[in-house]
Design a protein around this ligand. Structure first.
Ligand code: GAP
Length: 431
């Protein structure tokens, strides 16, 4: 399949089956904004759960917080975003369309016109807070979740018993007024980040940086991404705060692109916030009996980019079906339950009973769906297309033997499993 075709097919499936819709579609859409449908929302939730499990829940050196999305604008001045969070932009003299300077050559891709002199364009969205008019009421939608972590460094330190090295994680929305949103949900103006600020002793930064690069790479593989690679950023590419950055890239149909960056931010942020706020943000090292500003290692991933990578990776066309081969932990629906025939009350009753029992335990096992429309073959194809790893069918034999068929999405093979063993069966399959 051609790469362009793959992208078109993923976009079409995403809309048709309720993963992703164009934002505000009935009003003609809104560039750079998307609405996530029922299955896409589950997909994103599973990505976030997998990240939280690995980054926070399985460790005792990381906590997570939920900071305000709009912060005191002084924080964004201190972090360098008000002054420097910008892209070079050019505008066509003829049609006045604007482009990121690094993404176009000498002429306008829309009309062939010439560009005027370029300028820097700040990517932060401005808003106004309170009833006052004027510049004192200007605030910003956060362009990264990291800011909320740095301003709470002291609060977390004082309200927990954490000692270096330790991390503070956060999942939440971030906003950037991208000049050219593009490639479906890859570059949008509103997106969700999963960020960790891992504070370390200054002389341990390089070792711990390497450990996080390895750990994050392994995590992407663990959720089913195969076409991933590491790429070290050159000095001139790095963000203003970064001492070193390694990107984790995925091979999308439109080329290798970053889905996560792991940065060594040194003590740039704590030092800048301490200076601007006048608050001492040093850490007292009881063993060494000295105070210093910790360094920070930051793995920062985008939920939508990972969701898009997973959709591209999963999309498979076989002879008579389209299958989304999602990893079972990530698939929006873990298993679907069917009565073989919808007009046989005994079959429906037993299937419903199994479905309700599995759903009741869904927090451990995943997410379950019910389907009794059309014939069984169509139901299988419909579940294949959204990537459901297993389909459970209650047939006439089930009424006599108290078992069901479980069909595997990838092999399409069926096996009979006693109803009493189903929970254990899925618990084992899901690991
Ligand atoms: N705190 C560091 C930081 O924000 P970044 O490389 O600018 O670093 C981190 O962003 C991640 O956020 C990216 O790897 C990407 O997954 C996601 N991201 C950034 N800009 C995005 C956009 N416009 N649309 C979708 N995701 C984006």
């Amino acid at each position: 399949m051609k790469e362009k075709d793959l992208m078109e097919k993923v976009v079409a499936l995403a809309k048709r089956r309720g993963f992703v819709y164009p934002g505000s579609e009935i009003y003609g859409g809104f560039a750079g904004f998307y609405d996530w449908g029922p299955l896409g929302t589950k997909l994103k939730r599973n990505i976030k759960h997998a990240w939280l499990r690995d980054t926070v829940e399985r460790r005792d050196d990381v906590v997570d917080i939920d900071a305000a999305l709009i912060m005191n604008p002084k924080a964004w001045e201190a972090s360098g975003h008000v002054g420097g969070f910008s892209d070079a932009m050019v505008e066509c003299k003829k049609c006045h369309h604007r482009f990121r300077a690094d993404q176009v050559k000498n002429e306008c891709p829309d009309c062939g016109g010439d560009f005027g002199v370029g300028r820097q364009f700040n990517l932060m969205f401005e808003t106004r807070v309170g009833a006052a008019e004027g510049s004192e009421s200007v605030a910003y939608l956060r362009p990264e979740t990291a800011g909320g972590i740095f301003v709470n460094f002291k609060n977390v330190l004082n309200s927990t018993r954490l000692k270096l090295p330790f991390g503070v994680a956060q999942i939440g929305k971030a906003f950037r007024n991208e000049i050219n949103p593009r490639d479906f949900v890859f570059r949008t103006r509103e997106f969700e980040q999963m960020e960790l600020e891992y504070f370390v002793k200054p002389d341990e930064d390089e070792k711990i940086f390497d450990e996080w690069v390895k750990r994050r790479f392994a995590w992407h593989e663990s959720i089913g991404l195969k076409k991933v690679r590491l790429r070290e950023q050159a000095k001139e590419e790095r963000a203003h705060y970064s001492k070193a950055t390694t990107d984790i890239e995925y091979e999308f149909p439109f080329g290798w692109q970053e889905i996560e960056g792991v940065a060594n931010r040194g003590n740039f942020d704590l030092s800048a916030h301490a200076k601007a706020s006048g608050i001492d943000l040093t850490y007292f090292d009881e063993e060494a009996k000295e105070r210093y500003l910790p360094y920070v290692i930051e793995p920062s991933a985008g939920v939508e980019r990972i969701a898009l990578a997973l959709m591209c990776e999963a999309y498979t066309e076989e002879k008579e079906r389209v299958v989304m081969k999602f990893h079972p932990h990530i698939a929006p629906v873990t298993a679907a339950v069917f009565p073989l025939l919808a007009n046989k009350p005994d079959l429906v009753k037993l299937a419903r009973h199994i479905y309700e029992a599995l759903k009741a335990d869904h927090s451990h096992l995943g997410s379950f769906a019910w389907d009794d429309r059309g014939n069984i073959g169509k139901r299988y194809l419909s579940q294949d297309e959204i990537g459901t790893p297993w389909c459970i069918t209650v047939d006439f034999e089930s009424l006599e033997k108290n078992d069901v068929t479980v069909r595997d999405r990838d092999t399409t093979k069926q096996e009979r499993i006693p109803i009493a063993n189903l929970k254990e069966y899925f618990a084992r399959k899901l690991g």
